[in-house]
Design a protein. Structure first.
Length: 291
């Protein structure tokens, strides 16, 4: 098989492959920088919880209007944001930690969403909402992804410095009157918006894949915040491209293939990354013993 047939032909011959590639590019540009900030804030699992929390809102939108992108997107956005606000309220009103609150509310939301679809829909509907179908994205979905990515990058550029400060020391920003609460709320909105954009392509279960896996892998290659975000975007783009090609040639489901490639990059980074990768740590220990 020639390089053209392996790498280019699927996108040259099939419009649905080109659409899927554009969708992964948009998701990578918007969600990978958000994932980087989630990692810096030690809120990685929160992204996963909010992705699962989309399901009841998406299910209600589906039951009300069928496979209507505006209805499902608005429903998912409201549900995930509601879970985030509820978990934040419980954390501030009680002594329970935020991760425990998120876990409780996202499990409730996930069970409710599955129940709604199972009761009123079919197993095919449930699979579509859980796992998405990036090869079937339409113009409306592409516009949503591109719009969310553009808005996310613009907003991050405008509030970059307070966001980074809020990641490292939220108490300092609050005490200095830097609008810490507003910055945190804005960040939550961006996170939910990118998860909503991703669910149409990857489903509610794996919408967080291109957000978190590239960001966690980037920690082994870069140190500066901008370097982490750029590396995460490049890993996400590579994962999307390789995952689509793998799904085409091996006849695998496209969404899981993309996330598996991103997972493979993470494992490679964990082992061989020059910043605290396992091999790097092993060489450092050996050099210390020799010295």
């Amino acid at each position: 098989m020639t390089a053209y047939a392996l790498l280019v032909q699927p996108f040259a011959e099939y419009a649905f492959m080109r659409r899927a590639l554009v969708a992964t590019l948009a998701l990578a540009l918007g969600s990978a920088p958000i994932g980087t900030l989630l990692v810096l804030r030690r809120m990685s699992l929160m992204g996963d919880a909010m992705a699962h929390a989309l399901l009841p809102g998406v299910a209600l939108g589906f039951l009300a209007a069928g496979f209507s992108l505006p209805a499902m997107s608005l429903g998912g956005f409201a549900a995930a944001l509601g879970v985030a606000l509820a978990a934040g309220f419980v954390t501030r009103a009680t002594r329970q930690r935020e991760d425990a609150s998120f876990a409780a509310f996202y499990l409730i939301a996930l069970a409710l969403g599955v129940l709604l679809i199972s009761t009123r829909g079919s197993s095919v509907d449930l699979m579509h909402l859980l796992f998405g179908s990036i090869l079937a994205v339409d113009d409306a979905a592409l516009l949503l992804m591109a719009g969310v990515a553009s808005a996310s990058l613009l907003t991050l550029a405008l509030v970059y410095r307070p966001l980074v400060v809020e990641c490292l020391d939220p108490g300092f920003l609050k005490n200095m009157g830097g609008g810490g609460t507003f910055v945190h709320a804005l960040f939550l909105v961006l996170t939910v918006a990118n998860l909503v954009a991703g669910f149409q392509a990857l489903g509610t279960l794996m919408a967080v894949g291109l957000m978190m896996l590239p960001a966690t892998a980037a920690r082994f290659w870069a140190a500066e915040v901008w370097g982490l975000a750029l590396t995460a975007v490049l890993i996400a783009i590579l994962s999307g491209l390789a995952g689509l090609l793998l799904s085409y040639h091996a006849h695998w489901p496209s969404g899981p293939a993309i996330v598996l490639v991103a997972g493979g990059v993470y494992l490679l980074s964990l082992v061989a990354g020059p910043r605290e990768g396992l091999l790097w740590q092993h060489r450092r220990r050996r050099s210390h013993k020799v010295a």
